[in-house]
Ligand binder design. Structure first.
Ligand SMILES: [Zn+2]
Ligand SMILES: [Zn+2]
Length: 208
């Protein structure tokens, strides 16, 4: 029990049936929804992880054979997805909550599994944490930051820009920067990822 009369997150007065809690029911529900949105096969974490899978554009620079072609566009995503990223942030909270008897300590496994397990135990224990965990404001803040970081990346997702390369035969070859290679439909010449980038760009009109 505690002597709060206001929610430590949104500072609104606690209702009579919320007295003794650290946070109001609405804040608890929001945290729960936020946690839920991170986990699972369609969750934010899985959607970010998908971007780092070879074959989804993540191996583009390697195919070109040019290590100086620039930073992989998904390096920021990678930092969130790897060990030390979102999964470790969540597990740090799990360990912290576990020290208050409010969660089960992480058991390891694959990254997605670890994320799902961390979210599961945090959600399961959230109602109890709402009564007695001392750092719910920080917790809420950090979960919110994770959501925002994921959302920003997902919202910025744009379809790859369609470009046209000028084949020496005069044909225009549509391609995108993460192409694995293209074949000119006019002369049947096959171009690797690196080759196609060395061709001149054509006007879209010429390609049509
Ligand atoms: Zn609140
Ligand atoms: Zn051609």
């Amino acid at each position: 029990m505690n002597d709060h009369t206001a929610c430590v997150i949104c500072t609104s007065d606690l209702w009579d049936d919320e007295l003794g809690r650290h946070i109001c029911h609405r804040c608890q529900q929001r945290i729960d929804r936020n946690l839920q949105s991170i986990a699972g096969p369609r969750g934010l974490y899985a959607r970010l992880a998908l971007r780092t899978t070879p074959g989804k554009g993540g191996d583009g620079p390697a195919v070109s054979g040019s290590r100086t072609a620039g930073m992989p566009p998904n390096e920021h995503v990678l930092n969130l997805v790897v060990n030390g990223g979102i999964v470790s942030q969540l597990e740090d909270w799990v360990k912290d909550w576990a020290s208050h008897g409010l969660a089960q300590t992480p058991t390891g496994g694959r990254l997605q599994h670890r994320v799902d397990q961390a979210v599961k135990t945090l959600r399961l224990n959230l109602p109890q944490a709402a009564l007695r965990h001392p750092a719910l404001k920080d917790f809420n803040h950090e979960i919110h930051k994770i959501i925002r970081a994921c959302q920003r990346i997902i919202d910025n997702e744009k379809p790859p820009i369609q470009l046209y390369a000028q084949c020496p035969c005069g044909g225009g070859i549509p391609f995108t920067l993460n192409t694995d290679g293209e074949t000119c439909t006019n002369c049947d010449t096959a171009y690797s990822h690196g080759d196609i980038l060395r061709l001149n760009l054509a006007e879209r009109r010429a390609a049509a």
